[in-house]
Design a protein around this ligand. Structure first.
Ligand code: PAF
Length: 269
């Protein structure tokens, strides 16, 4: 990977990276297309990063579909697919962790201890390995995007981070590798997530109190058939701190369980 990157750099070509954990869907392909439009060379990394799974069962259950992933990537055209082995990424003696405070500590960070340390560490390593000058992340994982922006700024990494808008199914459900684990009934119920979030955002814009709108959203999800709601939060879009008003861009973020699958989503407010 470094040899290819060195050749591209020597030829004055820009490299864009799309970091993924495989199980690719159209959402990932939209990241690749965005990179394709802006960079001379596009690298997609496929690495199911063990250090970002706080639950070992989740890591075991994570879909591994490398052959299909490669075939899909061929349809959009990439210059390299980098799929390192875990022992190559974390060789014996590996002892460094990139840990982001602030933006990484609440929401997913609070519920999944160690998750963002794993993400921040592997993303930093992937930037080093691919030597990319631009990196593409989905807005679907909004908090992850803010964590990556923070670490790139704090560590002076020469990478421009591009957040690509969430791709949704026709009924509004955000595309995610986890959707494949929803049975037909759960898949149907899952549409309530985007509908409830959109109603909250519209309500808040129309002047409904934040706390009231959020309570209505939580109740709507449970009524629709979600088993549990981890959080419904209105936060500052960049710092992810709680907001009292909408003088700065806000973001509504939700995590909820349906059919044994945890879905997350977010929209601007
Ligand atoms: O969003 C993901 O798929 C992962 O968190 C990432 C950014 C590839 C790091 O492993």
């Amino acid at each position: 990977m470094r040899a290819a990157a060195a050749d591209w750099f020597a030829a004055g070509q820009t490299v864009g990276v799309v970091p993924t954990m495989g199980a690719l869907h159209d959402g990932h392909l939209s990241l690749v297309r965005a990179a394709r439009a802006e960079c001379d060379k596009v690298v997609v990394t496929i690495f199911v990063n063990p250090t970002q799974f706080n639950n070992p069962e989740d890591l075991l259950k994570y879909p591994r579909t490398e052959a299909t992933d490669v075939a899909l990537l061929m349809t959009v055209g990439v210059d390299a697919i980098f799929a390192p082995a875990a022992a190559e990424v974390y060789p014996t003696g590996f002892a460094t962790t990139v840990s982001v405070a602030g933006v990484a500590q609440s929401l997913e960070g609070a519920l999944r201890p160690g998750h963002f340390d794993g993400v921040a560490t592997v993303v930093t390593k992937l930037f080093g390995m691919t030597q990319a000058s631009r990196a593409y992340f989905g807005q679907k994982d909004w908090q992850q995007l803010q964590v990556v922006r923070r670490l790139v700024s704090d560590l002076n990494l020469p990478v421009t981070i591009v957040g690509v808008e969430t791709l949704r199914e026709a009924d509004g459900l955000a595309m995610s590798s986890r959707n494949a684990r929803l049975d037909p009934a759960a898949r149907k119920t899952a549409t309530a997530l985007f509908a409830a979030m959109s109603a909250v955002a519209a309500g808040i814009r129309a002047g409904v109190q934040f706390a009231d709108a959020i309570a209505v959203c939580r109740a709507a999800l449970l009524r629709a058939g979600f088993a549990e709601v981890d959080y419904v939060e209105l936060r500052d879009a960049a710092s992810l701190e709680p907001v009292q008003d909408l003088s700065r861009p806000g973001r509504l973020l939700v995590a909820a369980w349906i059919g044994g699958v945890r879905l997350i989503d977010n929209i601007p407010v």
